[in-house]
Structures are given as structure tokens and as C-alpha cells.
Design a protein around this ligand. Structure first.
Ligand code: ZN
Length: 199
């Protein structure tokens, strides 16, 4: 939601390349409805959860926000005031106190969510508003496994039919393709931009 961030520019995305679901804090629990529609009706299969440094969500608690709303409602008629208090008390705020943990929690929430398709690759990232850099803080679950199966299959093939040097180390997901890496490959200018912003 942060007005300073142009997501398309920051990630080197073109219009039509991704569904960008934005909300306060980039909170996954607040985005399930959109993810559901994105996946089931529009065919997307990968979710990159991106929170950002200097996020306003780190600066308040749910009671703080509820108190502001209740204070604003003080002068309203009693029945309206009561309805507002009830509404804000039942509204989930999803505030968080630790940036990296909030990303990890969101990734786990989506990976475990029954409404999110099993084959979804969910990864977690932090966007640094000062440098423009995006760093990965939560790995996906599926892709390393898929890579592993593919490698083992290739290894099997290579042993059976042809001789191809295969690195079958399936413990290391480091070579896996991340959304950001895909973006970097597709848009070389993104890497340039990252370097530029880092200096
Ligand atoms: Zn924010």
C-alpha cells in the first residue's frame, strides 16, 4: 500500500505480467480472496509475498488503531458509536512487530492454506525502500522438490541411456529460480537498476 513504492518499476514488471495485490503491510491473510480469484479464474501459480522496510505496520498496535477509531466516534449518536466500536473490534488488523517474521508467517500461512492450490510456489521477500533491493527471506516448498525429482529423473536417464554430467545434490535449493531471478533474466535492466540504487 505504501505510496512511495512503484511495484512494477521496482520489480521490472510490465503491465500484464503479474497480479499485484496490495494492502496495508502486504498481509497474506488480507489477500486470500484476490489470490483465490487470481489462481482459480485467471490461472496464476506462483505467489511472491513482498513486505518492505520502513513499513507503517511496524509502528502501531491493533489497540492503538481501534482507540483512534473509537475516539473519532465519540460524538456520534450512541447507537452509531456502539456499532462503530463493534465493527472495529471485530475487524482483524493483522499488525506485526517484526518484518522478516511477518513475511515468513505469511508464506507459511499461504503454504498451509487449503484454498491456495497445492502446486503453488510461495516465496517471501523484503523490499528495501532505501536501496530498491529485494532480498529473499522465505524459500518456496515445491520448486526445490520438483527440481530434485527432475534431477533424479535426469540422473536415471543419464545412467540408463546417455552420459550427461548431473549435479544431483537435492539438498541445496540455491539454484532454484526465484521470481526475482526470473525478472532479472527477463529484464536485464532490473539488475542494472538494483546496482544503480545500491551505489
Ligand atoms: Zn507498508
Amino acid at each position: 500500500m505504501d505510496a512511495r513504492i512503484d511495484v512494477y518499476k521496482a520489480l521490472g514488471l510490465q503491465l500484464g505480467e503479474a497480479h499485484v495485490i496490495r494492502n496495508a503491510g502486504g498481509v497474506a491473510r488480507d489477500a486470500v480472496r484476490s489470490i483465490l480469484i487470481s489462481q482459480r479464474l485467471l490461472g496464476t501459480r506462483e505467489v511472491a509475498v513482498i513486505h518492505h522496510t520502513d513499513c507503517g505496520m511496524l509502528t502501531f498496535t491493533a489497540p492503538d488503531l481501534r482507540n483512534i477509531v473509537k475516539s473519532d466516534a465519540k460524538s456520534r449518536p450512541a447507537n452509531v458509536k456502539e456499532a462503530i466500536e463493534k465493527a472495529v473490534d471485530s475487524l482483524e488488523i493483522y499488525e506485526f512487530g517484526h518484518l522478516e517474521n511477518s513475511v515468513k508467517d505469511d508464506v507459511k500461512f499461504l503454504q498451509d492454506n487449503l484454498l491456495v492450490l497445492d502446486e503453488t510456489e510461495v516465496t517471501g521477500w523484503i523490499f528495501d525502500v532505501k536501496t530498491g533491493k529485494v532480498s529473499q527471506v522465505a524459500q518456496g516448498k515445491l520448486e526445490p522438490n520438483l527440481t530434485c525429482i527432475l534431477r533424479l529423473f535426469m540422473l536415471h536417464l543419464s545412467r540408463t541411456f546417455v552420459s550427461i554430467p548431473i549435479d544431483a545434490d537435492c539438498e541445496q535449493p540455491s539454484e532454484r529460480t526465484s521470481p526475482a531471478n526470473e525478472v532479472r533474466e527477463k529484464h536485464p535492466s532490473f539488475s542494472d537498476l538494483e546496482q544503480e540504487l545500491a551505489t
